[in-house]
Design a protein around this ligand. Structure first.
Ligand code: GLN
Length: 528
């Protein structure tokens, strides 16, 4: 039999229903890969073999009972029943850790399940463990994790993107067919692009944030990673929908269409006549030529399949970064005030309340988090609120209006690069925070406007993956999925699709150095 870890989640699900595989065997195969390669990738902060196998046994029992009952009972199971999944380490799983990549939450145990955890457990998905991330999701490379960086499965001396770098790397490395990330300014789409997989940030309000450790509450969204669109849609289907514990989760129906997306022929045919906008501002100065070439080829392929592509303008794009870096830190400074050494995680200091507070936060938070708290506190302070925060909110409205104007003109979606470059080397942007912030120039306007955005692989540049970004109107995820399925269909035979991440063999070698060692000695003959 072919290696089950290479199969999509839905293919694995089909084997489970047909009785051709057990959830226990699937979980074990993925756990083996994760345990074998994690020293080299550091994608996982916890690999929960025992807990996963227990969940898998329960799923096997559930599937067997449904099979005994008949086809109707089998059909009632969620497609993800028995399928392995990875969760970013800011998703609460009752009794488990949720560090958010920070020392300040080391040892903290979540007292309850996040809404999405409940939904995944109800569906019967098997949670294999928790993945590495930039501290409190602040970053674009996973180098800001307090637990060491994650390596890119395509090149172990390069970053997987961030902040959901561990979730992206685990799926790219076949440690799980699907995973969960969060995206505040690009943290699902950018790592998906850099690791060569599919990632979707849903419309703001599509997925409940209950039980997700907050970064910037008006921007944060939970979303899926997968190796193809169908899997991403099935995972979003499992977790989306109204939850009264998150007042910003919307009472908008979750389409069952996400579980029955068109097959290749229908998807390719449906590209005909689709009206796509190509925002000129997203082809930024300094874009790598290989990345621009892949994106333009993808756009041409869509045109050849009958899509109507028009160049459009989103004139306030250039203010996206500045606006985001007022709004996101402002919200973060408020959200992170709760980490006071009293309620969560370790308490440092000698007993005096203020001294404890200063010691806990001084040692518990890393430099990037402190930078954001200072930026945010400053922008919200009495004398500067109007000049910075209020102004940023007004510009945010203009950014959203740019997009609204295009939807009013009847565009089905926008196509754009996800990033301006391929995965960069460890350390390349650590000394210059603004260079790191620029990694998300093409993704964060989508968060500012609350829109759904997706990144799908569209080829390689210098042997490294390139992402194509699809942006839709609010609640238009179905259209993005159909468009992505169409693109997958028309490029199904492209040679780059057959290529596996080039560093997997090296990652499996026990002698391969850890990402922390590589990051500490960049370029020291450790490339791979
Ligand atoms: N890189 C951006 C930041 O650091 C976005 C991160 C995210 O989406 N969580 O804020």
């Amino acid at each position: 039999m072919t290696d089950a870890t290479r199969l999509t989640a839905l293919h694995q699900a089909a084997l489970l229903r047909a009785g051709h595989a057990s959830s226990r065997d699937l979980a074990a195969a993925h756990l083996d890969g994760a345990e074998r390669e994690n020293h080299a990738l550091n994608a996982w902060l916890v690999i929960d073999r025992q807990g996963a196998l227990e969940q898998a046994d329960a799923a096997d029992a559930r599937i067997a009972a449904a099979r005994a009952e008949g086809p109707a009972a089998l059909a009632r199971l969620h497609p993800l029943a028995g399928v392995p999944i990875a969760l970013k380490d800011l998703v609460s799983v009752r009794g488990g850790q949720a560090t958010a990549g920070s020392r300040i939450l080391e040892g903290y145990r979540a007292p309850y399940d996040a809404h999405i955890t409940e939904r995944l457990k109800d569906a019967g998905a098997v949670i294999l463990g928790k993945t590495n991330m930039d501290e409190f999701a602040m970053g674009s490379s996973t180098e800001h994790s307090a637990y060491g960086p994650t390596a890119n499965p395509w090149a172990l001396d390069r970053v997987p993107g961030g902040s959901s770098g561990g979730s992206a790397a685990s799926v790219a490395a076949y440690h799980a067919p699907i995973s969960i990330g969060t995206d505040t300014g690009g943290s699902i789409r950018q790592p998906a692009a850099l690791c060569g997989i599919v990632g979707l940030k849903p419309t703001y309000g599509r997925v409940s944030r209950y039980g997700i450790i907050a970064f910037a509450s008006s921007l944060d969204q939970v979303g899926p990673f997968a190796r193809d669109t169908r899997d991403a849609a099935a995972l979003l289907h499992a977790v989306a929908g109204r939850d009264e514990r998150d007042s910003t989760s919307a009472p908008i129906p979750v389409p069952d269409r996400w579980l029955s997306l068109p097959g290749p022929a229908e998807a390719a045919a449906s590209l005909k006549g689709r009206r796509l906008g190509l925002p000129r501002e997203y082809f930024v100065d300094g874009m790598e030529p290989g990345v621009e070439a892949r994106v333009r080829e993808a756009v041409r392929a869509l045109e050849d399949a009958g899509a109507i592509v028009e160049e459009v303008s989103l004139p306030h794009t250039e203010y996206g970064l500045a606006t985001y870096y007022i709004v996101a830190p402002a919200e973060a400074s408020a959200n992170l005030a709760r980490y006071d050494g009293v309620r969560f995680g370790p308490r440092l200091g000698d007993g005096d309340v203020l001294a404890n507070y200063l010691a806990t936060r001084g040692q518990g938070f890393g430099p990037e988090v402190k930078r954001r708290i200072m930026l945010g506190t400053y922008a919200l302070s009495a004398g500067y609120y109007d000049a910075f925060y209020l102004k940023a909110q007004k510009v945010r409205t203009l950014i959203k209006a740019d997009f609204d104007a295009l939807w009013a003109q009847g565009f089905d979606a926008l196509v754009a690069p996800t990033t301006s470059g391929v995965a960069f080397r460890f350390g390349a942007k650590m000394a210059d925070p603004v260079a790191m912030y620029l990694s998300d120039a093409c993704t964060l306007p989508v968060n500012m406007a609350g829109l759904p955005g997706m990144s799908i692989p569209c080829g390689l540049s210098e042997g490294l993956p390139v992402g194509l970004q699809l942006i839709g109107a609010p609640w238009a995820e179905t259209g993005l999925f159909e468009l992505a399925c169409g693109y997958e269909a028309i490029t199904a035979d492209a040679p780059w699709r057959a290529q596996e991440p080039s560093a997997l063999a090296l990652a499996a070698d026990p002698a391969t150095p850890t990402p922390r060692q590589r990051a500490a000695a960049p370029g020291a003959g450790l490339a791979g």
